[in-house]
Design a protein around this ligand. Structure first.
Ligand code: CP
Ligand code: NVA
Length: 303
């Protein structure tokens, strides 16, 4: 099996690499003590241009639990915010740290970072993708549903970063995915086409009909209607996205035993009703916990 250097997009990984990482995540979750010195003496630089609760804390705690150390670097508090070129940032950080995680607006910035970095680069969310989230999500699906291949997966809401990575991930593990979004908020057509060409891909349907997307789903996933950086569009989006709210009425269409997933933070009463978000079908906190285990597996694999 070829080794992976970075995680910028799940599309850059083979299906086998994704599945091996999920196995390792499960092993680390079951036996964390066996990995307590796996990254002894190693440092992870964490660049944040956007807010974060889960990503920051799970990577930082994950590094500590693996015997290493993490540095929280904001663009404002570093020379990045004053326009230092990405090439210089990548080259210099590579001489200090053993890995770099970055959460930025621009996806191209992270791609550039990886181009010039001599150490592994992890995409901790860009406007385009959120691959780390999907690794934790698939670990959670394995725990609650048991299978990924042939899974009936539904995503309702904005065809954005989380939806994009979910489509990529589904193609890698052979899950069938139906993505329901309002007109004008569909996922990137090129990304969808690329995912469909993946030999392991199941069916990938994009629709503007929420009922068509959710009918028979074993997993229903949603995300905020206005992502970080889109706050000014909040009101306009609420009107457009209303039919895509995951609520009791739509839930009646799901398969028996279906689970509800959300990357969090969630806005109850917007993309999901409280009865679903806090109901027995919800596995949102398991997902959040698995960010820690899946990313520890990622750090061990890359660093
Ligand atoms: N899901 C997720 O990435 O959460 P944070 O924005 O809190 O990191
Ligand atoms: N789509 C959301 C995900 C947050 C984890 C955002 O980009 O803000």
């Amino acid at each position: 099996m070829t080794t992976v250097k970075h995680l910028i997009s799940l599309m850059d990984w083979t299906p086998e690499q994704v599945l091996v990482l999920l196995d390792l995540a499960q092993e680390i979750k079951a036996h964390p003590e066996e990995f307590s010195t796996a990254l002894e003496g190693k440092s992870l630089g964490m660049i944040f241009e956007k807010s974060s609760t889960r990503t920051r804390v799970s990577f930082e705690v994950g590094m500590t639990q693996l015997g290493g150390h993490a540095l929280f670097l904001t663009s404002q508090a570093t020379q990045m915010g004053r326009g230092e070129p990405v090439r210089d940032t990548a080259s210099v950080l590579s001489r200090y740290v053993d890995g770099i995680m970055a959460r930025t607006f621009s996806h191209e910035w992270v791609v550039e970072l990886a181009r010039y970095s001599h150490v592994p680069v992890i995409n901790g969310l860009t406007d385009y993708l959120h691959p780390c989230q999907i690794l934790a999500d698939f670990q959670t699906v394995r725990e609650h549903i048991g299978h990924l291949k042939g899974l009936e997966l539904c995503y309702l809401g904005d065809g954005n970063n989380v939806a994009h990575s979910l489509i990529n991930g589904a193609a890698k593990v052979g899950a069938n995915i139906r993505v329901g979004c309002p007109e004008g908020y569909l996922p990137d057509a090129k990304l969808v086409e690329r995912a469909r060409r993946e030999p392991t891909a199941g069916s990938i349907l994009v629709t503007t009909n929420p009922v068509e997307a959710i009918a028979g789903a074993e997993v229903v996933y949603t995300d905020v209607w206005a992502s970080m950086g889109q706050e000014a569009e909040q009101k306009a989006r609420e009107a457009v996205f209303a039919p895509f709210q995951v609520n009791g009425a739509l839930w009646k269409q799901t398969a028996k035993g279906a689970v509800f997933m959300h990357c969090l933070p969630a806005h109850r009463g917007e993309e999901v009703s409280a009865e679903i978000c806090d109901g027995t079908m919800s596995v949102i906190y398991d997902q959040a916990e698995n960010r820690l285990h899946a990313q520890k597996a990622l750090l061990v694999t890359l660093m």
